[in-house]
Design a protein around this ligand. Sequence first.
Ligand code: SF4
Length: 71
Amino acid sequence: MQLSGDHVLMTVKVDHELCCGCGQCEEIRPGVFQIDGTVARVIVDVAPPETEAACRHALEHCPTGAISIEE
Ligand code: SF4
């Protein structure tokens, strides 16, 4: 967990063993998730606060459960 002021920063990860490359996460939140070949990658070190709701949405809708969030 990282702290910046009183805001808990969110780290998003994709497990490449589980990801099927469907691209749904990138559709939900481009700029955080990006398809790279056959898997999605997280292209930010920390999710910008304005993307957090979309990142949670992507986690809930990932068909393989490949997305995880640490706060
Ligand atoms: S939604 Fe899940 S399975 Fe689909 S590309 Fe993103 S991380 Fe991979």
